[in-house]
Design a protein around this ligand. Structure first.
Ligand code: KIV
Length: 271
């Protein structure tokens, strides 16, 4: 699908309409201008500037180290590449947990300094006051329940969440609270498919799944995982659409041998 100037921008309202007519929402992460431009032109609905940038861009083990300034740098680059899709930015760890005023101030910086359209934050009841305050200021909020990587040291592992009845009930309650607070969508990460189906059918707003089965209203993957740039991360839920790591290694090896053998540049590649 090619995108021209007449193509209308996707809004949170568009996503709601997509859910109403049963059209699935395709979301990917992006962290820079060039990939955002390609994904947008390919027709992606939503780009998430995820705090997974901490892992895939900066090489950290968790999402905790990335700062608000770093998220703003990635997000402003993505916004410059995104002509049609909705751009959602993660509030990083430490930028909203203090209190709702801190959450709002971090959101205002993201909105002013990046030009993005919405923010995402992790958690349910415990972040509800912040969610309400951000939405009251006119900024759309996407929730995130299930495996919430900013709490990795509380969970201890990245295994499937909400398999037990009590946790599943809390997740359903949190999803209801987030919807009532005005969230336009909720990411459901690594929970049983049946639970994700129950939540998705009980909510009016769209759910976006990652490792949450096929009954969510949309899906999201981390771009480095689906393009095969990362090689070591192969969870069951991941479908890898390309082996970019192999392709890049091959190209770089060819370049190295061309340079070493004096085959690059040739006569047509010089002035
Ligand atoms: O940071 C991220 O990439 C995310 C997705 C996994 C949903 O939050």
């Amino acid at each position: 699908m090619s995108v021209n100037k007449e193509t209308r921008r996707i809004t949170t309202h568009t996503l709601q309409q997509m859910k109403s007519r049963g059209e699935k929402i395709a979301m990917l992460t992006a962290y820079d201008y060039s990939f955002a431009k390609t994904f947008d032109a390919a027709g992606i609905d939503v780009l998430l500037v995820g705090d997974s940038a901490s892992n895939v861009m900066a090489g950290h083990e968790t999402t905790l180290p990335i700062t608000l300034d770093q998220m703003i740098y990635h997000a402003s680059s993505v916004v410059r590449g995104a002509g049609r899709c909705l751009v959602v930015v993660d509030l990083p760890f430490g930028a909203y947990q203090g209190n709702s005023k801190e959450a709002l101030m971090s959101t205002i910086r993201i909105m002013k300094e990046t030009g993005a359209h919405a923010v995402k934050l992790e958690g349910g009841a415990e972040v509800l006051e912040s969610v309400k305050r951000i939405i009251s200021a006119g900024v759309p909020v996407m929730g995130h329940l299930g495996l919430t990587p900013q709490s990795i040291y509380k969970f201890g592992t990245y295994t499937v969440r909400a398999k037990e009845e009590t946790e599943a009930e809390k997740l359903q309650q949190d999803a209801r609270l987030l919807e009532e607070a005005g969230c336009f969508s909720i990411v459901l990460e690594k929970i049983p498919a049946s639970l994700a189906q129950t939540v998705s059918t009980s909510l009016q707003i769209p759910t976006i799944g990652i490792g949450a089965g096929n009954h969510c209203d949309g899906q999201v993957l981390v771009m480095h995982d689906m393009l095969g740039i990362t090689t070591e991360f192969k969870p069951r839920f991941l479908r890898q659409y390309l082996n970019l790591n192999d392709m890049m290694t091959h190209a770089v090896r060819n370049y190295i041998s061309d340079v070493k053998e004096g085959n690059f540049p040739n006569e047509n590649e010089q002035y």
